[in-house]
Design a protein around this ligand. Structure first.
Ligand SMILES: NC(=O)c1ccc[n+]([C@@H]2O[C@H](COP(=O)([O-])OP(=O)(O)OC[C@H]3O[C@@H](n4cnc5c(N)ncnc54)[C@H](OP(=O)(O)O)[C@@H]3O)[C@@H](O)[C@H]2O)c1
Length: 164
């Protein structure tokens, strides 16, 4: 059984019994004042999960084990949900994503983030833009259909989108 996301409380209960937010903000490449102001904005918008880490160099391998670790009830968190800073254009301009976004009156970024949430993957989009930070919290007032979930899943070309 994958871990159960409660999209009302916006949390998932971990194996430990602790609750964890299902969305947050990433901080990769954000430094100094930009980092501080972005996190302040996010906290003011209700964000309570902040990702910060050193490079692990093993995400690709770990990512292969997603369905299995979900079957153990372990929550999975996806970084680079929008393709990675500097590499978002391809995903955000994808025809399928933009079409689904228009149908819901949402942005492509919100569609991508919601798609992850509906497949039980925690998201930590990085942003230093107050409008984006707010937008990335507005993921809980719409739902993708099964057909839309499948159309997005079918975009997988098995490609990497960054330099790791
Ligand atoms: N554990 C690790 O080794 C590891 C490795 C990589 C990343 N991470 C974590 O994952 C986080 C996410 O990665 P990332 O920040 O590189 O990539 P990302 O979240 O895929 O993309 C960030 C980019 O998307 C833009 N963006 C954010 N929200 C948007 C929106 N609503 N509409 C349009 N554009 C939007 C941001 O620009 P603006 O600033 O203009 O909003 C930024 O250019 C990192 O910050 C880091 O915390 C962890």
């Amino acid at each position: 059984m994958p871990p159960i996301f409660d999209l009302e409380t916006k949390t998932v209960t971990l194996n430990s019994g602790y609750e964890m937010p299902v969305y947050g903000i990433g901080t990769y490449s954000l430094t100094g004042e930009t980092c501080i102001s972005s996190l302040t904005e996010a906290l003011n918008q209700g964000v309570r999960l902040i990702d910060t880490a050193y490079m692990y160099h093993n995400e690709e391998s770990v990512g292969e084990v997603v369905p299995y670790i979900q079957s153990l009830g372990i929550a999975v968190q996806g970084w680079y949900p929008l393709g990675g800073r500097g590499y978002t254009a391809e995903l955000l301009n994808d025809g399928t994503i933009t079409e689904i976004a228009a149908a819901h009156g949402k942005t492509p970024a919100q569609i991508i983030l919601r798609w992850n949430l509906q497949r039980s993957v925690i998201v930590i989009p990085g942003s230093s833009n107050p409008d984006h930070i707010r937008e990335n919290t507005e993921l809980f007032d719409f739902e993708l259909t099964e057909e839309e979930m499948e159309r997005i899943r079918a975009l997988d070309r098995g490609e990497k989108h960054d330099w790791y």
